[in-house]
Write a protein that binds this ligand. Sequence first.
Ligand code: UDX
Ligand code: UDX
Ligand code: ADP
Length: 471
Amino acid sequence: MTVKKICCIGAGYVGGPTCAVIAYKCPGIQVTIVDLNQARIDAWNSDNLPIYEPGLEDVVFARRGKNLFFSTDVDKAINDADLIFVSVNTPTKKTGMGAGSAADLAYVESATRRIAEVATSSKIVVEKSTVPCRTAQSMRTILEANCRENIRFDILSNPEFLAEGTAITDLFNPDRVLIGALQTEEGLKAQQALVEIYTHWVPIERVITTNLWSSELSKLAANAMLAQRISSINALSAICEATGADVDEVAYACGRDSRIGPKFLKASVGFGGSCFQKDILNLVYLAEQFHLPEVAAYWRQVVIMNEYQKERFVHRIISTLFNTITNKKIAVLGFAFKKDTGDTRESAAITLIKDFIQEHARVHLYDPKVEHAQIYMDLIEPGVADSKAQVEKHLTICSSAYEACQDADAVVVVTEWDEFKDTHLDYQKIYDSMHKPAFIFDGRLILDAPKLRKMGFKVEVIGKHNLAGTA
Ligand code: UDX
Ligand code: UDX
Ligand code: ADP
């Protein structure tokens, strides 16, 4: 079969860009992206898109109103479509069985039930959200138990590998597209229909077809391995700080081994983002369910190491600042979990700033993209700062890095935004405006430490021993 109409349920970070790119690359296919959240859909239909991604506006504005539509009419879009992407959120469960590690599949289930209830013709249903292995089976059971007579649903797994901040280039030029299907005649036909969509722009040799379970597990595995590399280099960064080895030099030397490769070896204050922690915890939960405690412990350690890295950085900051930051002004540069995104999910900045607030520091924060309301939402912590007004007692959101650093005792670089590099910011000006001694903590290894030391800064960098001493 040839797909003519696509519906995408969930207009978030994954569904929005992915299906906008499909519309862009396949002008002959009508793509409707639906969401229950009216404000989000209104934003997609406005000049001010709800998510920031370089290149996204060009793609959306080129096709919107032509073959790309955003709507809250979920039922109509389901009914019209030949193929439906399910791209809803799957957060880690906060309560009940599996709390803290299992994925909350309530949104996937409710979207699936909706499809079964309203569909009056057969559909290909594509699992796009990252979900635990064997979720497709549950979706299939729900669809088959609830559908009308003479309607069939074929389920595919098509996990998304885009990274935020580079979503559009990743989608235009993916390393691979992965499509899993049941190994039945109908399953393989459905798989082929989705292959045909992607091969409008992706070379066929980059499209991998597997069985359903391999596809689902590969997504969790890829994210777990990527996160594991960061935890590995971060674990080494602690040894570097203790020994005098330099983590950048170690990463470079290791990465030159073609079996290891150079990418994803940048030490940092810790990984964030909506996927890594959640997907590893999914894998941990899966291993536990299958009575594989050693496997579960192995992967869990990747997350433990990430928490440790954040803690270690906070300790280093406090001990360098003569063991107290009470009433000191700390300028935090960056709140997003990485550069070029406004997304803050699991950002290391949240943990760091909460710790600074607990220590009664005065935090002045600047991030070029994150919405202020989001910052307050992330920092409200029961028992510490219960409300926005409470957060505001400890935190000032600034409109530039210079403003945040004015009269500060220390500057902490948390997100690697290009504009924080010493080639962009005038650090001499910052130094002149700060309390002395002026400390700077580089949690992203983006600064030229020797250059800043020459200006007079006391510089502390993750994964680097401060040979000059602190005070
Ligand atoms: C990740 C995967 O890369 C992507 O394939 C998957 O689809 C979703 O999860 P994302 O979370 O958007 O994408 O960003 P990514 O670039 O992977 O960064 C995740 C975190 O790791 C960020 O906080 C980043 O700063 C950190 N990181 C990344 C490092 O600390 N060091 C590195 O070398 C790379
Ligand atoms: C290793 C390093 O590769 C080499 O760079 C270093 O100088 C010495 O240690 P070696 O132990 O000789 O070399 O062999 P290697 O090919 O690395 O294999 C080590 C073990 O890992 C073997 O038992 C091999 O069978 C196993 N292995 C390797 C796997 O199980 N799976 C793999 O994908 C690769
Ligand atoms: P992701 O990063 O996985 O894309 P997001 O939270 O950014 O996650 O987006 C998921 C979107 O899915 C949200 O905008 C949410 O409102 C939407 N959503 C969740 N459940 C449903 C549903 N049953 N029908 C339609 N939209 C849904």
